[in-house]
Design a protein around this ligand. Sequence first.
Ligand SMILES: [Zn+2]
Length: 150
Amino acid sequence: MDFLDMQELLTELLNLENVKVNHYQNCGSQIILEIERESTSSICPRCGETSQSVHQNHWHMARDLKISDKDTVLKYNRRQFKCKLCKKPFSEVLNFIGERKQYTERFAEYVIKQLMHSNIHNVAKNNGITDDLVKSMLEYLRKKMEIQPE
Ligand SMILES: [Zn+2]
């Protein structure tokens, strides 16, 4: 399997909309996937102009759902574009992670579901994260449900 096929396969397995996997690293108990939005442009939130001019790359790490029972971390790029009309930089929107940086939307939902049969401390321990992170996920999902009740 050549590298391009591998990238396509990983991208399909990751199953995050409009996101591609650039690089894969297996570090024993942890898998690190380097990802980026597929699109090379982003829309300026101030004026609506489409920008293709990347001003800066900003790399962050976020926990995601396990792969083959290994903790999975996404190394993701939240690119900063520069709008040619406003002349100001802006950050692209990443739907799978929202404004947060440390975990994906679906990982937060997965962790919080476990609270139904357990408590914060045990859920944190079972997922290899801190109590505070579980609390922040709880708070985040609670706020989100208030904004858009389903
Ligand atoms: Zn603009």
